[in-house]
Design a protein around this ligand. Structure first.
Ligand code: 2BA
Length: 110
């Protein structure tokens, strides 16, 4: 048994969840926040048999699309005082999904 953590963009969550549930995966959706951009994203928990992990990942990839580069204005503090706060353009990649696959030691429903 494996547990997949998939961090996806909020915009993609419905499509991903629908595609996974259609293929009979059980999914739990958590509302999460990225530490870097401080924007809402969605973390999906998917518990499944090891042999079904690749199909789940392929489904997630298909629904989330390719990663894209975007430019954001990051707060930039010059010197030590907040009064000197300005913004600095920075390019980051967004989209796609960040996926972790973890071994499950025990799984039961009571
Ligand atoms: P955020 O932390 O808000 O990161 C948004 C995007 O900013 C990231 O996209 C990445 O392109 C960039 N980024 C993140 N941390 C950075 C840093 N320290 N310096 C420069 N650029 C940085 P993704 O890689 O697609 O990540 C999307 C979201 O997935 C992240 O949102 C975070 O919530 C989660 N995530 C990604 N990698 C993770 C990891 N290794 N552990 C835990 N969560 C992760």
């Amino acid at each position: 048994m494996k547990l997949i953590y998939a961090i996806v963009r909020y915009d993609n969550e419905d499509e991903v969840i629908n595609a996974l549930t259609k293929k009979h995966y059980s999914v739990t959706k958590l509302a999460t926040t990225g530490g870097f951009l401080k924007k809402g994203n969605t973390t999906l928990l998917i518990g499944t048999e090891a042999e079904r992990v690749q199909e789940a990942i392929d489904t997630i990839k298909q629904e989330c699309g390719k990663r894209q580069k975007i430019t954001i204005n990051m707060p930039y503090i010059s010197g030590s005082a907040m009064i000197n706060c300005a913004t600095m353009p920075m390019t980051v990649e967004v989209g796609g999904a960040t996926i972790f696959v973890i071994d499950v030691e025990r799984y039961e429903k009571t």
